[in-house]
Design a protein around this ligand. Sequence first.
Ligand code: PAF
Length: 333
Amino acid sequence: MRKRVGMSVMAFIVLLFVAACGSESSSGSNDKEVYTLQAGHSLPDDHPYHLGFVEMAKNVKERTDGRVIIEIFPFSELGAERELTEGMTLGTVDLVVSSTAPVTNFVPELEVLDVPFLFNNRESAVEVLEGEIGDELFAAMEEQGIIGLSWAENGYRHITNSTHPIEKPEDLEGVKIRTQENDIHLAAFEALGAQPTPMAWTEALTALQQGVVDAQENPAIVADQYSLYESNQKYMTLTGHVYSVAIYMMSKQTYDELPEDLRDIVVEEGQKIGAVERDMIVEMEKESIKTLKEQGMEIIEEVDIKPFQEAVRPVYDQIEHQDLLNRVLEAQQ
Ligand code: PAF
């Protein structure tokens, strides 16, 4: 966070007068400091992650009379998702939106959200996340120096690959697939017989182009916005194996350093933005599938999900936070 003092001579005199009168604001923000917050994420500037931040930045600027400016850095300019998360814990990045998978490396409880085929549908996911369980997860994040602002999403994750249509788990046998840096994703693809290699998204495109991996898994919007059909990806199977939960977050250090009145505004606007982002994703997802088809990708839409679900079932037993996992499942019955 950068602070800038934007004070006219007159304002300075007024401030001296107020100070001389012994007046003190409990919020500590009756000066004219301008706070610039850096917000980072990994996707392009027309992705809902970014558009959510744009909306938040506009509202925060308006409500603070320009005293809090949010500068947004897309395309992993401030680091890939794992680095961004670490940056928040160290106080070097103020705001981040990221999928949960890499955040789990800092907040182990989040592992439950990346269990394959966890949520019945979007609505029940949102109900769980915006309820007691979501609040507990935010509390676990706070212990690691990260304030959860709101639950967002990146859509359902699907498999793309360069060699053949994947219709059943056996078709994944030996397929070299890039996964996120997350133990549950790794275990799930191993259980499906693939050869997963975890890496940051910043490395994934080159790996696909150079044939280091044949496949990757991500929502349709990502496949579309990164034109994955130009990186040898000819097939996409709509497995929807993970509802990719994302989170708008703030560094606890930034939170502690902002004057209370300004902080409240940033938090309130951050809390609103997840739902706005989720609506945008739902709208754009359909368009992306259409574009991918138009660009010649073969989309395998009629997938029998059951064998995939059965193959990854043993991964459920590998979850450390079994109690939490069971509560997520029970909440949807
Ligand atoms: O695959 C990933 O790493 C993530 O889904 C991405 C593309 C960075 C968006 O959160």
